[in-house]
Design a protein around this ligand. Structure first.
Ligand code: ADP
Ligand code: MG
Length: 486
């Protein structure tokens, strides 16, 4: 029997608000343990939660971005459980009235045939709700340590329908969510910093059937590779079980990177195990329709929509748009430059190749953020204009570009101060071409014998003689004319 996998994901993303969800304490990754807490976070007696309005609006924006239906009322529930990562003994979450219902996420699948139409499809969402993150436990031998820095950080949970059919699709789903939320500016989604975490629900069914098999939930898929490998492992495990005539039990399993395998943690808990009930400390909040509409108007264009527009409006190839569009900074930078000088292809090339290279060379670890780049979009545009007008050669432009990157100077200034203007003085050019011909009889003979490429050797000599300033197309023309003379 052939089986196909069915996957539904529950993705947790930390919102990057100034303060926590129900407390004033701030949060940032990497602080010394238990330095980012306050009496509310620690659930000291007599403390009460106060809603972070910004986190609520950010969640509404995420919902609008993915086309969800936004709830009319924001309501809070307590999810009760006892565990040392939660000092209150419950987590404030949303049970029966999530902020966002339905919606879809557009994903792009890898494959050799990728182009702008590519392998794109929409994955159905079930809901998005807002809750608070819990503390972090670390186990060292017999000791367990708890850090409450992370406790209380606003956390959205994006729940998909069982609507993905391979580990590649699950991976693409996470990538698409990260791209969209970073665009929106509400989250950084760095899995290595725990800002994005994922549980995967995996089942298999006979290929071609439409029902759903018994699902297993895999916790702890907190690295990019873990998502792929954990799901792959689980699919293979389930296929093997069914092939042996055994049944799959609904349970929660843990992915272990070290073992490259999933292990049973517990049989799946049910909602009633958590004794959900409305939080009596927090009043439901009714949304103003006008505010929701205002937020809708502020949404950014989604990366894939932007990619399609760049393809149509600027005729840019997939290889370039797929570098520029996933990054809002790059794409805004590109459009600012194109407004100054209309040669989108050349500008896009400079950004996707040269600029990216210099940014990643600029600092030893990682890359210089684009905001700190000294080249202004209008200067980049001016550089392309200089090349197009023939006032500098492409070769010189490379040097100018690097100097612009280092100093932030305008290209005109660099070109003028260093006398880099392309040499189009015909008399001087003819003299240099003649010199190259006189001093290099071998390529001259080859060219005259019909080997057209031999002219490149002569061109190279002229470029050296002119210190790179000769206009290449003029040199080409001039050499050909001179070589035709008897
Ligand atoms: P639970 O009540 O166990 O939390 P839900 O029905 O709320 O289960 O679903 C949780 C997640 O599991 C969702 O992402 C959903 O898409 C996914 N899911 C549900 N049933 C299946 C299934 N048979 N196979 C794969 N994923 C599933
Ligand atoms: Mg869950």
């Amino acid at each position: 029997m052939e089986y196909e996998p069915v996957i539904g994901l529950e993705v947790h993303v930390q919102l990057k608000t100034k303060s926590k969800m129900f407390a004033r304490a701030p949060y940032h990754f990497g602080a010394a343990p238990n330095t980012l807490t306050d009496p509310v976070v620690l659930a000291l007696p007599g403390t009460l939660p106060v809603m972070n309005k910004e986190a609520i609006w950010q969640t509404v924006q995420v919902g609008l971005l993915f086309g969800c239906k936004i709830a009319e009322v924001c309501k809070w529930d307590r999810k009760n459980y006892f565990y040392p990562d939660s000092p209150k003994g419950y987590q404030i979450s949303q049970f029966d009235q999530p902020l966002c219902l339905g919606g879809t996420v557009e994903i792009e699948l890898p494959g050799p045939a990728r182009n702008i139409e590519g392998v794109h499809r929409h994955v159905q969402l079930t809901r998005i709700h807002l809750e608070e993150d819990v503390g972090k436990l670390s186990h060292q031998g017999a000791d367990s340590l708890v850090d409450f820095n992370r406790a209380g950080v606003p956390l959205i949970e994006i729940v998909s329908e069982p609507d993905m059919y391979s580990s590649d699709e699950a991976f693409s789903f996470l990538t698409a969510i990260r791209m969209a939320l970073v665009y929106l500016g509400v989250a950084d989604c760095d899995m290595e910093k725990g800002q994005m975490r994922c549980d995967a629900n995996v089942s298999i069914r006979p290929k071609g059937s439409t029902g759903l098999g018994t699902k297993v939930e895999i916790k702890n898929l907190n690295t990019i590779s873990g998502v792929r490998n954990g799901i792959e492992f689980e699919i293979a495990r389930q296929v093997e079980l069914l092939n042996r005539g055994e049944t799959i039990v609904q349970e929660t399993r843990r992915w272990s990177i070290e073992d490259g395998a999933t292990f049973s943690m517990r049989s799946k808990e049910k909602a009633h195990d958590y004794r959900y009930f409305p939080d009596p400390d927090l009043m439901p909040l009714k949304f103003e329709k006008t505010e929701v509409e205002r937020l809708h108007g502020l949404l950014p264009e989604l990366p894939f929509d932007k990619q399609r527009r760049f393809y149509q409006a600027y005729d840019l190839p997939y290889t370039i748009t797929s570098v520029i569009c996933p990054d809002k900074g790059f794409s805004d930078y590109f459009e600012a430059a194109v407004k100054c000088y209309n040669n989108p292809k050349a500008i896009a090339n400079l950004i996707a190749n040269d600029l990216l290279r210099e940014l990643s060379l600029a600092v030893a670890d990682g890359a210089l953020p684009l905001e700190e780049c000294k080249i202004k979009p209008e200067h980049l545009a001016a550089l392309v204009e200089c090349i197009d007008k023939g006032s500098i050669s492409r070769q010189i432009a490379q040097d100018v570009f690097i100097q612009m990157f280092k100093t932030g100077q305008a290209p005109a200034q660099i070109i003028q101060e260093q006398g880099l203007e392309q040499n189009s003085d015909l008399g001087a050019l003819e003299a240099m071409c003649q010199q190259a011909i006189n001093e290099n009889p071998h390529p001259v003979a080859e060219y005259k014998a019909g080997k057209e490429k031999a002219i490149n050797a002569l061109k190279g000599k002229v470029m050296v003689l002119s210190q790179g300033k000769a206009n290449p197309s003029l040199v080409d023309e001039m050499l050909k004319t001179l070589l035709q003379k008897p």
